[in-house]
Design a protein around this ligand. Structure first.
Ligand SMILES: [Zn+2]
Length: 387
């Protein structure tokens, strides 16, 4: 890649993450000669990627006018296929929502899954009307392990039939658009980073805590996934070798301890040892537990144990990656202050003080459509950067 191409890529990437910038900001960011930067900006404008509404016409005062991405240079469709339902969205080139839909059907096998996804995309097509013509690609957030190079869904343990499915090929055949597939945690991590713009921390470790537990790490806008894409599998970090058996076959993984089954057996133990609880254990659900954790004595004690497990796994993360921020997503983030203070206590016991001084612990900021939006944005970036 020539130096100019490299600069073009850096500048375009800057816009894809931040949405806007002024010419002086880009000169400072790239530490390149102003004339070279302006050449690249003009080229990106003539290719239709950027617009600079304030440059001609009305006076904008002393401040340099901002360049932004070009909204109608292309629309992008994002799908968030997950346990219990599918969310979909169409966004413009700046990430603004054009339309969104949600759907959940009974799923017994792969055909049911595909019927749900296909119907969702058709509803979005209908909602977009004439603007459907602008849609240039589909980004798909997959709930399990994926092979992104071949757009194949390898396996999601909690979705029946979702195994070795050529999701990309199927979607391309149905809707005649290019398709990109990424693991949902990767998409979510990038969204948490983008949602904190412009005051974004240098690095974020995202921990998603549902029945499944996932992790993602992003630093200076770049995701780190390891040399074969298997990094950040914090859910299957063994923290209690004598613990319960996990879906992966090992014993005492984080996921086995803090997933729904793990929490249920902790509750049973607590009640057996004489702790009072108002929770109906016959009809136990994660949500009922999470609601009770702030008031029920046994549930609160179990919540503290769960935070201890999570804190122990995160101690390894803090010692290895030294992130500037840890973000908690998923159902267990409803534990809110119990989770944040419980985890911080464990980290303080286990980690070097130097790694904790600047460390922020926060809850996720994304809403229920942000993963679909993130998948659409990721597809936009893939196409625009020519990846
Ligand atoms: Zn496991």
């Amino acid at each position: 890649m020539s130096r100019k191409e490299e600069l073009r890529r850096r500048i375009l990437k800057y816009f894809l993450l931040r949405g806007k910038a002024t010419r002086p900001e880009l000169v400072e960011y790239t530490s390149s000669r102003a004339a070279t930067v302006f050449d690249v900006i003009d080229e990106l404008k003539s290719c239709g990627f950027l617009v600079e509404p304030g440059r001609r016409g009305k006076r904008t005062g002393r401040k340099a006018p901002a360049l932004t991405l070009h909204g109608t240079a292309g629309y992008w469709l994002g799908v968030d296929f997950r346990h219990g339902g599918t969310a979909g969205i169409i966004i413009d080139g700046c990430g603004e929502v054009i339309c969104r839909e949600e759907l959940s059907c009974a799923r017994r096998d792969l055909n049911d899954c595909r019927r749900e996804i296909g119907e969702l995309v058709r509803r979005l097509r209908k909602a977009a009307g004439k603007e459907w013509e602008l849609v240039s690609g589909i980004g798909f957030a997959d709930p399990g392990v994926v092979d992104p190079d071949n757009a194949v869904s390898r396996k999601a343990v909690n979705i029946p039939g979702w195994e070795n499915a050529a999701t990309g090929e199927w979607l391309e055949g149905e809707f005649h658009l290019p398709v990109g597939i990424w693991p949902e945690t990767m998409i979510k991590t990038r969204m948490e980073y983008m949602l904190r713009m412009p005051d974004v921390p240098e690095s974020i470790f995202l921990l998603t805590l549902d029945d499944g537990v996932g992790g993602g790490f992003i630093r200076n806008g770049e995701l780190f996934v390891g040399s074969s894409g298997c990094g950040m599998e914090i859910g299957h970090l063994v923290i209690d070798p004598a613990g319960p058996v996990c879906k992966c076959g090992n014993r005492g993984c984080v996921e086995a301890l803090v997933g729904e089954n793990g929490i249920r057996s902790k509750m049973v133990q607590a009640i057996k040892s004489g702790m009072k609880s108002s929770l109906d254990m016959e009809n136990f659900s994660l949500n009922a537990f999470l609601e009770a954790a702030h008031s029920d004595k046994a549930a609160r004690i179990v919540a503290d144990q769960v935070c201890k497990n999570i804190g122990q796994a995160l101690s390894a993360v803090v010692m290895l990656l030294n992130p500037s921020m840890i973000v908690f997503g998923g159902a267990l983030s409803k534990l809110d202050s119990i989770l944040i203070s419980g985890v911080r206590r464990v980290l303080e016991l286990n980690c070097f003080a130097g790694a904790l001084q600047e460390l922020k612990l926060e809850l996720a900021r994304s809403d229920e459509f942000d993963t679909a939006r993130g998948a659409a944005l990721r597809m936009r970036d893939k196409v625009w950067l020519g990846e």
